[in-house]
Design a protein around this ligand. Structure first.
Ligand SMILES: [Zn+2]
Length: 400
């Protein structure tokens, strides 16, 4: 496929199967055809993986192998994977886990990535490159298999960690400023991301740290890091500093919120704990994933002009119930304040499935409103286009 061209969904995909009666024809066409900006996503696997690694990649909350008595295929995500991804492997919908794994294994990592990412109907991948860069595609490679084009999000914590490892504590603040400006100077680098949620939680002092406080925190971290090891930044001072410096550069800031793996203290990632920060900065703040705090996130998105949110990751993990999740995300926030994201990482099925499940959720939610007379077709299609891509183009200043 020529670079930059956006492929559509596979022509034979029965996207609205079982919900045809709910979705009037004009909306049905728009839901199928709207190209997406996936504003928070990672690359697909670049090498063949063992079955255990594949199943592990489908169980976000676990850090252990899936036990023998359980199966990643017997989960809400597993059901949706077998329903929607099996046909792209030439299998009937609902094929069993064994059959699915066999068909998948017959294809190489490249062919799997090409087949599933190109079926998502994504025109731009906004890629978070901050995690396991070696085992998954680069942004260029993702756009190479998936079509469309790409932008990049720069992770704050690894940058601070490298600086702490390489310069004297007194120079850390200046060096972070210099590197942050350099790393985000290109047209492809459209924002930054913090995983404060994983490192210290949101119940911290969000005021802007002084350079002296940064030097003291860097010194303590360097002293606590064994020789030869990379420092692990979990100090609220260093994290708040990086976030405020990104804001000073005018960069959109993505924050991981809510649902993640076991490392996370979920109760410390309620986005309402971010109120002190949201009252201070004025750059766009993107609350990522948010489940099960998506209603709090939607509240914040309607309360603050510069705050937007998504329900990525959870769309895939809720499987059939993602229809209800999409509906809940449509409850309160203005339609200009929500963005589409798959948060796919690893199995390329997730890049495709996020798109399918979001389109179906929007079809049911908006189709129901339309049939009840709550909105016009033009209203429904406009809200669809806003969340699919228009909001991301505005927030990140993307062309198109
Ligand atoms: Zn992610």
């Amino acid at each position: 496929m020529p670079a930059g061209e956006t492929p559509g969904l596979p022509p034979d995909l029965d996207l609205l199967s079982g919900i045809e009666d709910v979705v009037p024809a004009g909306l049905a066409r728009a839901v199928r055809e709207v190209p997406l900006v996936d504003h928070h996503v990672h690359g697909a696997f670049t090498a063949d993986v063992e079955r255990s690694a594949f199943e592990y990649a489908l169980v976000e909350a676990s850090t252990d192998p899936v036990p023998a008595w359980d199966s990643a295929f017997a989960t809400p995500l597993g059901l949706s994977l077998r329903r929607w991804c099996a046909p792209l492997l030439g299998l009937p919908a609902h094929a069993g886990g064994e059959e699915y794994w066999e068909a998948r294994s017959a294809l190489g990592a490249d062919e799997l990535a090409r087949r599933f990412t190109s079926a998502a109907g994504v025109e731009r991948w906004v890629v978070d490159t901050g995690f396991s860069g070696g085992s998954v595609q680069s942004p260029t490679a993702l756009a190479g298999t998936g079509g469309g084009t790409w932008s990049e999000i720069v992770r704050l914590e690894p940058m601070v960690e490298r600086v702490v490892a390489e310069v004297a504590p007194a120079d850390v603040a200046d060096e972070v400023r210099t590197r942050l400006a350099a790393a985000t100077a290109g047209p492809e680098q459209v924002g930054v991301k913090s995983i404060a949620a994983y490192r210290c939680g949101f119940d911290i002092d969000w005021s802007r740290p002084t350079d002296a406080a940064v030097a003291a925190a860097a010194s303590a971290l360097a002293a606590a890091t064994p020789d030869g090891e990379t420092p692990r930044v979990a100090d609220p001072v260093l994290i708040a500093f990086a976030v405020h410096e990104a804001a000073a550069l005018g960069l959109p800031i993505q924050l991981h919120v809510g649902f993640g793996d076991r490392d996370l203290d979920l109760h410390r990632t309620d986005p309402l704990l971010l109120l002190p920060l949201l009252r201070t900065v004025t750059v766009p703040v993107l609350l990522l994933h948010c489940y099960p705090f998506h209603r709090q996130a939607a509240y914040l998105a309607q309360a603050f002009d510069h705050v937007s949110f998504d329900i990525g990751l959870a769309i895939n993990y809720l499987g059939p119930r993602s229809v209800e999740l999409v509906g809940e995300a449509m409850e309160l926030a203005p339609f200009a304040k929500q963005l589409y994201s798959s948060d796919a990482f690893g199995p390329p099925e997730l890049h495709f499935l996020g798109s399918v499940l979001w389109r179906r959720g929007m079809a049911v939610t908006l189709g129901t409103w339309l049939r009840r007379g709550d909105c016009s077709e033009a209203d429904a299609v406009d809200a669809l286009h806003a969340i699919a891509g228009r909001n991301a183009r505005r927030v990140y200043g993307l062309p198109g």
